[in-house]
Design a protein around this ligand. Sequence first.
Ligand SMILES: *Cc1c(COP(=O)(O)O)cnc(C)c1O
Length: 339
Amino acid sequence: MTIDLRSDTVTKPTKGMLNTMMQAQVGDDVYKEDPTVNALEERIADMFGKEKALFFPTGSMANQAAIKLHTNPGDQVICDKYAHIYNYEGGGASFNSGVSCKLIDGNRGMFSVNQVLDAINPPDFYHSPLTSLVAIENTTNKGGGACWDFNEILKIKGVCDEQKLGFHLDGARIWNALVAKNETPKQYGEVFDTISVCLSKGLGCPIGSVLIGDEAIMSNAIRIRKIFGGGMRQVGYLAAAGLYALDNNMERLKEDHKKAKEIGEELKKLPVVKTVESIETNIVIFELNEGIDETAFVKQLADKNVHIIGMGGGKLRMVTHLDYSNEMHKTVLNIFKAK
Ligand SMILES: *Cc1c(COP(=O)(O)O)cnc(C)c1O
């Protein structure tokens, strides 16, 4: 039994999901004639109370399209130093949109409205790049699945309105935040101009992300997606997985969160573990004591068929997910108990 806790992207479609996919009605989505894609887009737009949604092959492409929609070359995007759009999208912000990122030194990938105010370049000072977009991430990936305080988001929204800045949410794991904090998609739809959500993380789809926004900004999104090479044809087979996941895999995220907390409790007891970051959703980030070899620790677990991942800077990560069964969980807890 291989236990893969490197990421929640490693899940494989269940029988139920595959059956739904096989039975999907499809058409050419480049002509917007795929009924299943259209249904998924309508459903997600409605969930968030927005006018439009567009299916993308990856979260990176959805985020990059959003950056393109909000900016002109030379502009600047405000985001956290941990942001996925800055660290893990191949430098796409500069490649695709010709923008720079003003990085905020936040806390676990989150920052305050005052930090945003400090990061905005005065629009009449033509020497500095024009600030045009604020992007936040919820839950934060590199921040260990931490959830934003919604009140802080509202305050930042106030500043974006005042200063006419776009406000984008990288909601790859927004589902985890909604479940953990008892929040609603509509809350987020009211605040953000654009939201990207992933179907291939906690929700267990093999592929797929969706970008959500109102008509005015989204009318150009389909062109940007085409330019990025993301116009897909009979892709309803994949959208069907998304519809299935929304029906079946949302509530169960609670189980992933519970398991992550239980892993954290055991890790805290290990003498080699220095700190475990506070666990709010399905991501566990921890650090080993000085002098303990990270690679050896990862290998010891791998020898027992438990796979975790190093994040750099002495941090290790474990992520719980749909394919991490109760039986696997017992095995992992026992391995730590025996250490
Ligand atoms: C996974 C993830 C994405 C999208 O990644 P893809 O691999 O391109 O689908 C975007 N933002 C965050 C925070 C993520 O965790």
